[in-house]
Design a protein around this ligand. Structure first.
Ligand SMILES: [Cu+2]
Length: 334
């Protein structure tokens, strides 16, 4: 049932903000959708038969006048035909649904993915996503770039889901069903998107104060664009040249930002917070909660607890000058 729906949708970068299970744009989500339609159709059929018979009986055998009270309708006891009619078809329907569901689960849980499949490790943290591309030596956060798949040249993306602290949940409804991220355990799932764009999702397990702002963005790029993105992420950022940014880098290290954040080719190698090596190439800040622009970033640096109360980055008590130069430095991390 892993059918490809050749889609006429534009291959663009529009935000597909409708988190809609009835508008699947990826192979596993498509299979789930088809199975759900079958189940809904069977249920609708049963509902119509039962409601129809009930309505018929109510109207046909309604009380027509006082004389009806003295007459009993014909009483039927132990009719084998009726007994069979309400036992055998329901059993067959349930068996059919079990088989179809089992096949769907099998296709989704144990796929035969081609060699060309991409691999990403997604690690849930309170309240952000760590992303590792082991094949390419790329580490980033929060915005998950994956390649567009093609029927002739399939590039599905396999994800290994882990947690650094508590249980989180990964769900981008248009791409696949929900999967949990459980501490000390590795879950896997895969997606195979057939339309480009930005897909939105959420952490689905209440994991703390900022659970609701642990947003997921999956950015589906055509393979060539995806390759370019990988290439740029692999490169360390150029050392800052502008005096403000140079001072910003010094302040970044001096203020111990590097105990929690990594920036390649610098002394900053912390892993408690998101990798900032290419921070400015990301469109959002704080796991998708705000656009990554100067104003939001300034507020974040002044005190992250104002924008995202309860997040795991403390107020660093930076002076205004320190914020200015660090802002300039972060802007060079393209
Ligand atoms: Cu979470």
């Amino acid at each position: 049932m892993l059918t490809w729906v050749p889609t006429a949708r534009a291959q663009d970068s529009t935000i597909r903000s409708i988190q809609n299970i009835f508008d699947p744009l990826s192979a596993p989500a498509e299979t789930i959708y088809q199975t759900s339609l079958l189940v809904l159709a069977v249920c609708a059929g049963i509902f119509l038969i039962v409601a129809g018979l009930l309505t018929y009986a109510i109207i046909r055998y309604r009380r027509r006048g006082p004389e009806d009270d003295h007459e009993e309708p014909p009483q039927v006891y132990g009719s084998a035909a009726i007994e069979l009619a309400w036992t055998v078809p329901p059993i067959l329907i349930v068996v059919m649904l079990v088989l179809v569901t089992a096949r769907t689960i099998g296709e989704i849980q144990h796929p035969k993915l081609p060699e060309s499949a991409e691999n990403i490790r997604v690690i849930g943290h309170r309240f952000w996503w760590e992303l590792r591309y082991p094949k390419h030596g790329v580490v980033t956060a929060n915005e998950i770039h994956v390649p567009l798949s093609d029927r002739k040249k399939r590039i599905p993306t396999q994800m290994v889901l882990e947690s650094a602290d508590v249980i989180h949940g990964f769900w981008v409804p248009q791409l696949n069903g929900k999967t949990m991220l459980v501490p000390n355990y590795r879950n896997t799932m895969w997606i195979e998107p057939f339309a480009t764009g930005i897909y939105l999702g959420n952490c689905t397990v209440l994991c703390g104060e900022q659970h609701a702002n642990m947003l997921i963005r999956v950015i589906v790029d055509p393979p060539a664009v995806y390759k370019k993105w990988l290439e740029s992420q692999r490169q360390p950022p150029p050392p800052p040249s502008d005096p403000q940014a140079v001072e910003g880098q010094k302040q970044f290290i001096a203020n111990a930002c590097g105990t929690c954040h990594t920036i390649q080719n610098t002394a900053a190698n912390g892993v408690f917070g998101p990798d900032l090596t290419h921070f400015s190439s990301r469109a959002t800040l704080g796991s998708g909660m705000a656009p990554n622009d100067d104003e939001n970033l300034r507020n974040w640096l002044e005190d992250p607890q104002v924008l995202k109360p309860g997040c795991r980055m403390p107020d660093m008590h930076l002076t205004k000058d320190q914020v200015d130069v660090i802002l300039a430095y972060l802007g060079t991390l393209k």
